[in-house]
Design a protein around this ligand. Sequence first.
Ligand code: GLY
Length: 567
Amino acid sequence: MKNVTSFLMALILLACQTNQKTVQPKTPVTGALGESAMVSSAHPLATKVGVDILKNGGNAFDAAIAVQFALAVVFPRAGNIGGGGFALYRMNDGSIGSLDFREKAPSASSRDMYLDESGEIVPNLSVRGHLAAGVPGSVDGMFQLHEKFGTRPMAELIQPAINLAYYGYVLTEDAAYQLNQKSEDLAVVNGDDFFLVKEDGWRAGDSIKYTELASTLVQIRDRGASGFYGGIVADQITKEMQRGGGLISKQDLLNYSSKWRTPVTGSYRGHKIISMPPPSSGGVAVLQLLQGAEGFDISSMGHNTKETIHILTELERRVYADRATHLGDPDFYDVPVDMLLDKAYNNKRFASIKKNAKTDSQEIKEGKVDVIESVETTHFSVVDPDGNAVAITTTLNSFFGCKVYVRGAGFFLNNEMDDFSSKPGVPNQFGLVGGEANAIVPEKRMLSSMTPTIVEKDAKLKMVVGTPGGSTIITSVFQTIMNVIDHGMSMQEAVNAKRIHSQWLPDVIIAEKEGVQKAVLNQLENMGHVIRFRDSMGRMDCILVREDGKLEGGADYTRGDNYAEGY
Ligand code: GLY
């Protein structure tokens, strides 16, 4: 009997050591299903706006534009008209493209604007307050998308946002929590009497109206992009700049223009991967990571096992080191995209990875980094009944951007200037370091990690993927693609699955709580890895075209209010 017990104990121990796959959430394993169209976004009201536009005959671009404006109202911490973003699309005929509506540095900006007299970074200057804001691109981006692909009148696409702002909507628990979390910063920048700061805090169920924002949206509806970049709204923005020592001028607003760019493409186990080119670092980095992962049998290695986490971390530390050195705005810096995506280059780059030993990040390249901050930005995905797909990631950078609420105009400005490298080797709020490629230059776009991505299989649409999360966007997109392709997960399971992240510096693995089993944790630590836990990482909004032809929305409802709906 004793022998049987010992044998059983040994079996259990062995099972614990060899079958270390993370337990995935059991229900639901399938996200929202649709026969012909799907929208997935950070907020149910924004998703519904997109679905209504599609049902009324709008295409994926019309729906995406309407969702962008709706998110500026119902998800004001990241949805925006005062920020910027990237749109990636794939038409049903297979043609692809992308629009860069990233913010730009004001013309009065300068390389050392966030440094003091002794050359040290002034804390918070690039993060909070007027000086942190770049010239917003979102409104121009929506009008450029509409001019090229829109089929419904722009007024019809903006009206739902106007209605939400004017008549108000009810706060979710998450929305109330986020407002309360940032209330101190909001009060410092906008005054104690700022209407979004409540002494006893916001609660789920409170309703909120943005009447000034409604007026601004009416200007945009009636006057087009110049209703934002000129006229009364431009006056309000520049007055706000004068009030707080910001740099955005009327000329900066008039000069702003989004830019059509050719996506970067690559392959992964028989799939075509289409993603955002620079000034996003995300597309290049995800393609590099997938090239590296293809050299390993990730499926057999299992999800979040010691082997998989170790290999992903080793790939990530090399790719993020490349990011820091080589990536920036291609209009100002000669970004070596072809080299970074070259198979021979990456094979050489990844050849030093050892299966059983960690590489120290300092051995790869020098740098000095401390903290990584929270999960911000927002992403949404749309597929229309004709099979056109749009993926948009859009941001104010930090939640509520630089916290400056443009008086009279009713919206937050971004703090995207922090995405520049203020000083080579010194980390920004996401712990990311950079150098010359991403130095501040007037009218340059700051490097981004936003990674809207589309996956094709056999020349057909397979997946639309994206998430917020600052520096963790790239690794969340990377893992979600592998979750479906290598681990056979449904879209919802792939989104639900616990994520890990590493970014060269700091030399640590960040894991979501309960994302790594104790035994795996011990093994990784024995290899020298340092693991830190975080409550949550990313908030994906993705769409999968299933084998049976149905669309499955994967919305990150376990981490946020994210919501997918199809029909
Ligand atoms: N502001 C976050 C990013 O663009 O990566």
